[in-house]
Design a protein around this ligand. Structure first.
Ligand code: HAM
Length: 420
């Protein structure tokens, strides 16, 4: 019986892998321009990190974590997201003792036991950024603009920035009470998930995907009207920084995000062409998270974008990335001796920086020429007894058909002349 990949996972085959590399290169390049540095944290962590960080009453912690006991009996969890790990690393290495703010970016696989569908997987990949050590609203705008910059640099358009403030624990508690009062009479009409959210976290009723529940949220109180003075000012300033960059946004009072650590600014970027899973990236401020994880009062903000969703959006918008797999040179050989000589030249050429290939399957000359074509080689060369005897060969430009005769011993130098 053959074994297939686990449900909700993907193999990234070379053709797709090139797209991934391109996206990673673009994001790395943009992040470096904004002075962010790369951080890599473990793929699994102590389960308590996510319980405390993301929140016990969230879908992620309640239903979606890949948690198991290791052979030493410790409960560990495959990371469902990157923020808690980055904050843990920041605290563990006492980075707060250095000049602030600290600006990180990261890539990597994340794991959530969700019901798979297009754009939603059990192993998916995020590119994210986190900024620690400042609560300046300018940084909120920088983080949002950085995310948008990456997506537009990739060629994506028709993106919607949704923005909200979820306040601080004080104003949120007041808002929770308002929501409970509002939903009290219609509680029976809400789905069973929302009924349990009512007590534990009524804000989550606002982003329930159930159409029936959504009807009841239309006239619900908006958090913006419950913000304390500090949170309201912060929100105003974030908006004015965004406007100064000409970034359009939609204030979305139902945007509450699925993780409990958020405070003040919350945002998402959507591309409606993606259907049900239309959020390409989400993030926000989490000024209480470092306190929760490591008893330190350090503000933070960040976002993460789903790599798979970026690729789906690029496909949906028919954007061709400038990818190239072309070879510099293909060496066609005739006979054993030519094969051995070509093998040595390949090594020399590769060490000199060229992308070169030969045939390993004893194909006919015609078959090898086809290979040269298929691999989009820029140049090809044929080596046979004749060439070896005279120590000369002909390099052919596969596009123009132009040929030049060279001394075989000068092959590397000649290639250096041809390919700049
Ligand atoms: P999140 O909204 O849970 O936030 O995930 C961020 C992005 O990851 C989503 O917008 C989506 O593109 C992608 N994503 C999430 N779940 C899946 C899935 N099952 N399959 C495919 N893609 C998925 C966070 O993870 C926060 N850590 C973001 C953040 C960083 N907040 C502050 N800093």
């Amino acid at each position: 019986m053959s074994i297939s990949k686990p449900r909700g996972t993907n193999d990234i085959l070379p053709e797709d892998s090139l797209k991934w590399q391109y996206i990673e290169d673009v994001t790395r390049d943009v992040c470096v321009r904004y002075n962010y540095e790369e951080i890599r944290t473990p793929i699994f962590e102590n389960t308590n990190l996510f319980r405390r960080g993301i929140g016990e009453a969230t879908d992620i912690v309640e239903k979606e974590m890949y948690t198991f006991n290791d052979k030493g009996g410790r409960s560990v969890t495959l990371r469902p997201e990157g923020t808690a790990s980055v904050v843990r690393a920041f605290l563990e290495h006492k980075i707060y003792g250095q000049a602030q703010p600290t600006k990180y970016f990261y890539y990597g696989p994340m794991f959530r036991y969700e019901r798979p569908q297009s754009g939603r997987y059990r192993q998916f990949h995020q590119m994210g950024v986190e900024v620690l050590g400042t609560d300046s609203p300018a940084i909120d705008a920088e983080v949002i603009s950085l995310g948008l910059h990456i997506l537009t640099e990739l060629g994506l358009s028709d993106l919607e920035v949704h923005l909200n403030s979820v306040g601080c624990p004080e104003c949120r508690e007041k808002y929770r009470e308002k929501l409970r009062n509002y939903f009290e009479d219609d509680l029976e009409e809400l789905c069973s998930d929302c009924q349990s959210r009512y007590d534990r976290n009524p804000l989550r009723i606002l982003d329930c995907k159930n159409k029936g529940c959504q009807e009841y949220t239309v006239d619900s109180p908006e958090i913006i009207d419950s913000l304390c003075k500090e949170c309201a000012n912060h929100f105003e300033e974030v908006q004015s920084y965004l406007s100064s960059l000409d970034i359009d946004y939609i204030i979305d009072s139902n945007l509450v995000r699925g993780l409990d650590y958020y405070t003040k600014t919350a945002f998402e970027i959507m591309y409606t062409g993606l259907g049900a899973q239309d959020t390409i990236f989400g993030g926000g401020r989490y000024d209480g998270l470092a306190e929760e994880i490591g008893d330190r009062d350090i503000p933070g903000i960040g976002f993460a974008m789903g790599m798979e969703r970026i690729i789906l959006a690029l496909e949906e918008q028919n954007i061709d990335l400038p990818l190239t797999t072309d070879l510099d040179l293909f060496i066609t050989t005739i006979g054993q001796r030519a094969q051995e000589t070509a093998f040595e030249y390949l090594y020399q050429l590769r060490r000199a920086g060229f992308k070169v290939e030969m045939d390993y399957l004893d194909r006919s000359v015609k078959g090898q020429m086809k290979c040269a074509d298929r691999t989009n080689a820029q140049y090809s060369i044929i080596l046979g007894d004749n060439e070896l005897e005279k120590r000369t060969a002909t390099i052919r430009n596969m596009e123009t058909g132009e040929e030049i005769e060279i001394k075989l011993d000068n092959l590397v130098e000649e290639m250096n002349e041809l390919i700049v």
